[in-house]
Design a protein around this ligand. Structure first.
Ligand code: TYD
Length: 207
């Protein structure tokens, strides 16, 4: 686990769950209200393996499920080393849109969790979140939000129900391996402000 000064805070949820909005609100809270340094990050990141994974998500190229898991995991490893760890080591908080839970939830649609876990072992050894926030918005609602025109354009657009279930399975799977601490599950069908208040209440003592 991360024993450095900066806290590593991860946001997870389906596309359209509201995690990006909440990430921005929490970034504002940490920097403006608390006066602390904080960086916003996201996965897949800007690394080369990340770019390949993004191309596959956009259906421009196709990889085997195992390759997809490895690409996201390789992106994660690069991301940790270059864009996350150095800042945590300087006492800067890092909040990240998606992390290893997404790998289990999405690649776990086609692979078993142990296989995805094996791909991520090196990255997870380097860093696990201090706080994980899952914004649980009903798949029906997320589909409506991302817009009917986009649904189907990306690889996992139609898998909402199964991905949501897999997130819950992923949390249990990692809890069993003692790799998960400080998980907050927030209901996504509340106002943006109510969700932000719930997250702030949870993280303020942990910062
Ligand atoms: P997303 O956050 O939606 O980025 P963007 O706003 O650029 O579309 O993430 C892109 C997709 O990648 C999303 O559908 C989930 C998927 N994904 C995985 O399948 N595995 C992973 O390990 C990660 C981090 C994301």
């Amino acid at each position: 686990m991360n024993s450095n000064n900066g806290k590593f805070i991860v946001f997870e949820g389906l596309d359209g769950s509201g995690k990006t909005t909440q990430l921005a609100a929490i970034h504002k809270y940490i920097t403006k209200e608390k006066g602390l340094k904080c960086r916003e990050e996201r996965e897949p990141s800007e690394s080369l393996p990340g770019a390949l994974a993004r191309s596959a998500i956009k259906k421009q190229v196709k990889f085997a499920p195992q390759t997809m898991a490895l690409l996201f995991a390789a992106d994660r490893y690069e991301h940790i080393i270059h864009d996350i760890k150095p800042y945590l080591n300087e006492g800067i908080h890092v909040i990240c849109d998606r992390y290893v839970f997404s790998n289990l939830a999405y690649q776990g649609l086609e692979l078993d969790f142990e296989t995805v876990y094996e791909c991520n072992k090196a990255a997870m050894k380097l860093l696990m979140p201090d706080i994980t926030i899952f914004i649980d918005t009903e798949p029906e609602e997320t589909m409506a939000r991302i817009g009917k025109s986009r649904v189907g354009n990306e690889l996992f657009d139609k898998e909402g129900v199964a991905v949501r279930e897999n997130f819950y399975k992923a949390f249990d799977f990692l809890k069993e391996k003692s790799l998960l601490k400080n998980l907050l599950i927030v209901k996504g069908n509340q106002s943006e402000e109510a969700i932000t208040r719930e997250i702030i209440k949870y993280i303020e003592e942990l910062l």
